[in-house]
Design a protein around this ligand. Structure first.
Ligand code: 13P
Length: 294
């Protein structure tokens, strides 16, 4: 069931759990996320970065695929289709394309410009029945060629953006996209507590969900995080499973010609199953299993 993410995240905040946001890259990824959420009876957010949207042929292709797959597979759990780290133009394009949720990431802009553009886009999103995420204080690491410096958000700026009527807020608290360096100092829970206090109960979003120790994830949910973004973890397990399959010679036409292990449906299956297992693990950790009826 395709919905926006507003009610599912309000319920998560009230129920002290988090909904997983999983980035998708293709059909296999999408199917793995949808079927695993259904199996776990969990709400879920499927997201594309701008780069993944372009890779898949455009936002309209993504929206058509996710909506059709949701219907054809008989998915009954709530599924939001979300733009991850969109710029102004991408956010507008996803409103037209049939997404149900957008993130406008104005964190690299001068703060007043972030405020003005967020305000304009939240009105547009709500006019279309969509949910809207905004960001204060960029998230560290590199995603789709965009590098941020791991800034920690200013709680007063968070309050200004939250007061614009957005539905959920991403605020940097020392989190990083991709693999965390060995000398990473961990999440800044003191800052998270302040942000949670001044933003009036709005669901908060933790980006960079890959590689954060489980106890810090649980602590962050306790302190007001209601949406956790995971991308790299699924990429890593997909790559490892595919590499193993190939290293075992299963895709080699000369040794595996009897069962055609090079058939893409066979070649991509171990990676698909690895994503299913990773999404299931995260849904259990985040506490959203069994929460489809909020
Ligand atoms: P990871 O790639 O570190 O899991 O982060 C995902 C993310 O925050 C997407 O916005």
């Amino acid at each position: 069931m395709i919905v926006n993410a507003t009610r599912m995240l309000k319920a998560a905040k009230a129920g002290h759990y988090a909904v997983g946001h999983f980035n998708t890259n293709n059909l296999e990824w999408t199917k793995a996320i949808l079927l695993t959420a259904q199996k776990m009876n969990s709400p879920v957010i499927i997201a594309t970065s701008m780069g993944a949207g372009k890779y898949m042929g455009g936002y309209k292709v993504v929206a058509a695929m996710v909506r059709a797959m949701d219907e054809s597979l008989g998915i009954t759990v709530p599924v939001a289709l979300h733009l991850d780290h969109g710029n102004y133009d991408a956010a507008k394009a996803c409103v037209e394309a049939g997404y149900t949720s957008i993130m406008f990431d104005g964190s690299a802009l001068p703060f007043e410009e972030n405020v003005a553009k967020t305000k304009e886009l939240v009105n547009l999103a709500h006019d279309h029945g969509m949910s809207m995420e905004a960001e204060v204080g960029s998230i560290g690491g590199t995603e789709d060629g965009i590098t941020a410096d791991g800034e920690v958000a200013d709680p007063e700026e968070c309050k200004r953006i939250a007061d614009l009527g957005i539905d959920f807020l991403a605020a940097g608290i020392g989190n990083i996209h991709g693999i965390y360096p060995a000398n990473w100092k961990g999440l800044h829970f003191d800052v998270l507590e302040k942000i949670n206090k001044v933003t009036g109960g709005i669901p908060l979003v933790l980006h960079g969900g890959t590689g954060i120790p489980d106890d810090q994830i649980t602590h962050a949910i306790h302190d007001g995080i209601s949406k956790i973004n995971v991308n790299t973890d699924c990429q890593l397990v997909f790559a490892a499973a595919t590499i193993k399959y190939c290293a075992e010679g299963k895709a080699d036409p000369t040794s595996a010609n009897l069962d055609k292990g090079y058939d893409p449906r066979k070649l991509l299956k171990p990676g698909y199953e690895a994503i299913c297992a990773k999404v299931e693990e995260k849904i259990k950790l985040f506490g959203s299993a069994g929460k489809a009826n909020y």
